[in-house]
Ligand binder design. Structure first.
Ligand code: DX5
Ligand code: ZN
Length: 221
């Protein structure tokens, strides 16, 4: 699979309804939800109540990226809000394996997020327990930053690990991805592409989504 997961962080919060409807009309399959607590990352975004309010208005798969300390305290609340995937940073909790099981106990997909400095070896003993790996290609906390190039090598290494050990894992990239550089991450082996400013800014959602789709078509088998 190759799909787009637009990051809602870059949407127009004064008119979220319109942006969600546009994504629905464009048949976008995933929606990336960035939850920040002002503690794990130096920014505050939105939480489960907003997610719960959006839930009835779209079929998109809610791909929830938790940038919060001690995510174990909130997994049940995010599950109840209607999230489909929950990803956590290993640095945010003492018991990563336990939190992954907690997410899966709700019937959701669970994933690990790697910060730009985090080595892929952190995945070694948990690769058979997870459904997704999210590679950060910017430091988490803000949209609109530039892509960190060392992420490409990391993606290639993780693609190899996944193919050898658990080929069902979705490999996702997040940060600084636009139509201009998306081919590089696809060539490295990514199959879920987060883009915030690359979807919501400049030419507008419709044109941006179509441009991504045009490129994805060349990679879908
Ligand atoms: C950063 C978030 C990203 C961000 C991506 O902390 O995890 O999902 O919204 O935005 P762009 O695509 O603008 O870099
Ligand atoms: Zn994110």
């Amino acid at each position: 699979m190759i799909e787009l997961s637009p990051s809602l962080l870059a949407a127009n919060f004064y008119n979220l309804k319109e942006d969600i409807e546009k994504l629905n009309e464009m048949n976008v399959k995933y929606l990336h939800l960035d939850v920040m607590d002002g503690n794990f990352v130096p920014n505050i975004s939105y939480g489960p109540d907003i997610i719960k309010q959006i839930r009835p208005h779209t079929q998109m798969i809610f791909d929830t990226h938790l940038m919060i300390e001690n995510p174990e305290k909130y997994i049940d609340v995010f599950a109840d809000a209607g999230c489909d995937i929950i990803t956590i940073h290993p640095e945010s909790t003492k018991h990563v394996h336990r939190v992954i099981q907690q997410i899966k106990s709700h019937g959701l997909k669970a994933g690990i997020v790697l910060n730009p400095h985090t080595h892929e070896s952190v995945l070694e003993y948990i690769i058979n327990d997870i459904d997704l790996v999210l590679v950060m290609s910017v430091n988490p906390g803000f949209g609109g930053q530039s892509f960190i190039d060392s992420s490409l090598e990391k993606i290639k290494n993780i693609r190899k690990m996944i193919d050898e050990k658990n080929p069902n894992i979705i490999l996702e990239i997040d940060g600084g991805v636009k139509t201009q550089n998306v081919k590089e991450v696809l060539n490295a082996g990514v199959n879920l592409v987060v883009s915030g400013s690359g979807v919501f800014n400049n030419d507008g959602i419709e044109k941006n989504v179509l441009d991504f789709e045009e490129i994805f078509k060349q990679y879908r088998k």
